[in-house]
Ligand binder design. Structure first.
Ligand code: BES
Ligand code: MN
Ligand code: ZN
Length: 501
């Protein structure tokens, strides 16, 4: 979909559909008023009759029949004006865009809402509108023999609320950022949606190479032998039972001015399929473990957006990628292995594999002298039990300022995050008789003990995001712009975190 920005009057736009955003039970504003006048009050009649109140989620379709050049007018509800938050704009435009697509519209135009009186600038609104529209239209390119439906929106045109050069520039910059971020989210969704026989570590490596080529990043996709040379005994323990060759992906974005720039490292767990290994999972929902690379997918998606946006900070993406499989060569409960920092780990459940591959990736991150390292992982079912499915990711951090930055990014993007504790008792639960540490702490506090384990491998400001409940929901859409299946959770959050560094 092409994103166009131009000044003008929305009532004169010849699109297949124009989108009008309307606050609940309030009078029409700006372009909506002009459209209403041209339609001889049809829009306000709809509101007065109560057929369309502007409540969030409502979309009404009107046919101007020649009164204005547009074929259709889609009024979409923003909810109450006094409650306006940026996400209401994403959701309203998302709902309208999906409807426009279903109606077969190809050219769609929307007027950028003027929310400056609410401290929401035109750039933010432009970004939210593009994100809402692009993200709502996402569809997984499913592996079907025949393509079912070819309905697709070709262009979205944004019209600023006034024609000053400043407004045009603000909308332009927000819209371009939104476009790049949405492309990153879509990439993460597609990687998570891929079945594991397609979304292999090799494919993730090729994807990273393609991002590097497209945006001028540095990229290395390392193999098993390289990991052996590095002493990554923890990552390799998981990979040793995998038929698919494991990959350790390193993507580096350097800002135009490197001098004085901080380095941020993003680490993403990419278990391309988590069978549980020898500690085999029950078969019932095992197919969902194709999504156990949601953290790695989010990091690749974020790197793609960052490569396109080019912020003034150096960003490294690390993605350890492997299947976790039962096999004659697989690692076993009771095994002891040595991580890259020399610490030995006693294995209890081979299903606690995510922390194993992260341990070595976190050790590897230290060499970049990072100002902060953030890892993202579908790490524990316990986190889903604690915070809910599709509700929030858990945020652990050794650094209050870093956690505050992540919480602020969460606020700005509405990708919900909640702070979690690193109590010393969690570490005590990981004492081993035969090694430096056991990698699981038993039934209680499973999310806390997993984070305490990871903490043993860091010596820099660090945060860990447990996104187990957030990456993939096969049953329901979260909102108008987050369809069911892979959500792409974490991409917008990570990009916002990096852009506001
Ligand atoms: N990938 C799973 C965690 C998970 C659960 C992700 C649900 C998404 C949805 C992880 O590797 C795992 O198996 N964790 C175990 C840890 C346990 C063995 C200590 C768990 O949570 O049960
Ligand atoms: Mn597991
Ligand atoms: Zn896992």
């Amino acid at each position: 979909m092409e994103i166009l920005i131009r000044s003008g009057a929305i009532q004169e736009d010849p699109a297949d559909a124009i989108i009008i955003t309307v606050f609940e039970n309030s009078r029409l504003l700006g372009g909506a008023q002009a459209v209403d006048a041209a339609l001889d009050g049809a829009l306000s009649e709809l509101v007065e009759d109560g057929d369309f109140s502007g409540k969030e989620g409502q979309v009404a379709v009107l046919y101007p029949r020649g009164a204005i050049p547009a074929r259709r007018v889609l009024a979409t509800g923003l909810g109450k004006a006094e409650d306006l938050a940026i996400d209401a704009i994403r959701r309203a435009v998302g709902a309208a865009a999906a409807r426009a697509r279903d109606l077969g519209a190809r050219q769609v135009t929307v007027e950028v809402l003027d929310a400056r009186s609410k401290e929401i600038g035109l750039s933010m609104v432009g970004q939210a509108m593009v994100e809402g529209c692009s993200l709502a239209l996402y569809e997984y390119p499913a592996e079907r023999k025949e393509v079912k439906d070819e309905r697709e929106i070709e262009s979205l045109t944004l019209i600023p609320p006034d024609d000053t050069a400043d407004s045009l520039a603000a909308v332009e910059s927000g819209a371009r950022a939104g476009e790049r971020i949405a492309a990153g989210v879509d990439l993460a969704r597609t990687l998570v949606n891929h079945p594991s026989n397609i979304g292999t570590p090799t494919l993730l490596g090729e994807t990273a190479q393609a991002i590097a080529r497209d945006f001028g990043l540095n990229c290395q996709v390392h193999d098993r032998e390289w990991a052996e040379e590095q002493g990554m005994g923890s990552f390799l323990a998981v990979a040793q039972g995998a038929g698919q060759p494991p990959k350790f992906i390193v993507l580096e974005y350097c800002p135009p001015v490197m001098e004085g720039a901080d380095t941020l490292v993003l680490v993403g767990k990419a278990i391309t399929f988590d069978s549980g290994g020898i500690s085999l999972k029950p078969s019932e929902n095992m197919h969902l473990m194709k999504g156990d690379m949601g953290g790695g997918g989010a990091v690749l998606g974020a790197m793609k957006a960052i490569g396109a946006i080019k912020p003034p900070v150096r960003v490294i993406g690390l993605v350890p990628a492997t299947d976790n499989m039962p096999d004659a060569n697989a690692y076993k409960p009771g095994d002891v292995v040595r991580a890259m920092n020399g610490k030995t780990i006693e294995i209890r459940s081979t299903d606690a594999e995510g922390r194993m591959i992260l341990a070595d990736a976190l050790c590897y991150a230290a060499q970049f002298d990072p100002a902060a390292v953030v890892d993202v992982a579908t790490l524990t079912g316990a986190c889903v039990v604690a915070l809910g499915k599709g509700v929030a990711a858990g945020c652990f951090s050794t650094d209050d300022a870093l956690r505050d930055r992540l919480m602020a990014a969460s606020q700005a993007t509405t990708e919900q995050l909640w702070p979690m504790p690193l109590f010393k008792e969690y570490r005590e639960a990981l004492k081993s008789d035969v090694a430096d540490i056991v990698h699981t702490g038993g039934r209680y506090g499973g999310v806390g003990t997993s984070a305490a384990f990871l903490k043993e491998f860091v010596d820099y400001p660090w945060a860990h995001l447990d996104v187990a409940g957030m990456a993939l929901d096969p049953l329901k859409a979260r909102n108008s712009y987050t369809p069911k299946g892979a959500t792409g959770y974490g991409v917008r959050l990570l990009v916002e975190f990096v852009l506001s560094w």
